[in-house]
Design a protein around this ligand. Structure first.
Ligand SMILES: Cc1ncc(COP(=O)(O)O)c(C=O)c1O
Length: 312
């Protein structure tokens, strides 16, 4: 039976293709587009949070997402793509046209359109699909992870810094393997055996009160949530280290969490059945979740530069 929750598509009034609004069923891509046939496609997942009291929808760190989107297109040698201000306007128009008054996920894509070979650099098309996406249940409850036998991609092969759909084959393999083995997710290691990241988010561990996360040369996507957590932690005088992380540190950490736009801050209760602390979401994780929630929803003035009001 269909429910509102598992069919967010039903709430989409319009999507955006190359700046034009249209119903979802009219937004089509050709089977010959290199974006499809050679995965010449980059994307962003962005969240917008509804504040009931202020009657406002806030997009979280929109400018940073647009910078990363542009960098992804530049790194894949796309040419003649729309600038960030045009895309920003398109996102605002899309959200306003849908008139959302709830928490939203925005999927922005840029891809090589039309027809041609794998190294084609143009034409670049863009699409924006936004839909309701409430916070995951695991935000509160947490998840159990394993270390994947799938190795994380390397920067000199298929750079994880580029948010390209092609990189998600690596994530898909790790994700399916973890689920088939009875876990909720898999943590991938670099070719040097250091902790990289999960299929769709970065990893933080907490040891003796210090937050530790794999550095940006450990095959991770340069996560905007990861950066936000580092900044929030520093603001509240928590110690943070961004460095190489050993696999065995996962097994002796007092707290672990997974972070990203989709997960926000999700407690990891165990890795390979080794409990993080007592196997319950930890105190520092809960503190960061609370601060993060305040900030993204527009209830913490000190971080207002991170949120962008849609309706004003
Ligand atoms: C592989 C991967 N790493 C990290 C992240 C987290 O990045 P962000 O916090 O910018 O969403 C994501 C999610 O978008 C991801 O897919």
């Amino acid at each position: 039976m269909k429910t509102e929750l598992n069919n967010p598509r039903d709430k989409i009034k319009v999507v955006t293709m190359n700046g034009s609004l249209m119903p979802l069923n009219k937004a089509k891509v050709s089977v010959t587009a290199p974006g499809l046939s050679y995965a010449a496609l980059v994307f962003e997942g962005i969240r917008a949070y509804w504040n009931d009291k202020l009657n406002e929808l806030y997009i979280f760190r929109l400018d940073e997402h647009l910078v990363r989107f542009t960098n992804s297109m530049r790194l894949l040698k796309f040419s003649e793509f729309p600038d960030s201000s045009t895309i920003k306007e398109d996102i605002l128009k899309n959200l306003k046209a849908n008139n959302y008054q709830e928490d939203i996920y925005i999927r922005l894509q840029g891809y090589i359109d039309d027809w041609g070979e794998m190294a084609l650099q143009t034409p670049v098309s863009t699409s924006i699909v936004s839909y309701p996406r409430p916070r995951a249940v695991a935000f509160k409850e947490g998840k159990n992870f394993t270390v994947s036998s799938w190795q994380r991609l390397d920067d000199n092969a298929s750079p994880p810094r580029i948010k390209a759909s092609a990189n998600y084959l690596n994530s898909r393999l790790a994700s399916i393997q973890a689920k088939e083995s009875g876990y909720d997710g898999g943590i991938m290691l670099t070719s040097n055996g250091k902790v990289s990241e999960g299929p769709g988010g970065c990893i933080f561990i907490i040891r003796n009160g210090t937050l530790i996360t794999s550095n940006i040369t450990s095959g991770i996507l340069e996560s905007i949530t990861r950066d936000s957590i580092i900044e929030i932690a520093k603001k509240f005088n928590l110690k943070v280290e961004s460095r190489e992380v050993d696999r065995t540190e996962l097994y002796i950490a007092q707290e672990i969490f997974y972070c990203g736009t989709g997960q926000e801050i999700m407690p990891i209760l165990s890795v390979d059945k080794m409990l993080a602390g007592n196997g319950k979401p930890g105190e520092i994780t809960r503190f960061l979740q609370n601060k993060f929630t305040e900030i993204v929803r527009g209830n913490n003035k000190e971080f207002n530069e991170w949120i962008y009001p849609v309706y004003q």
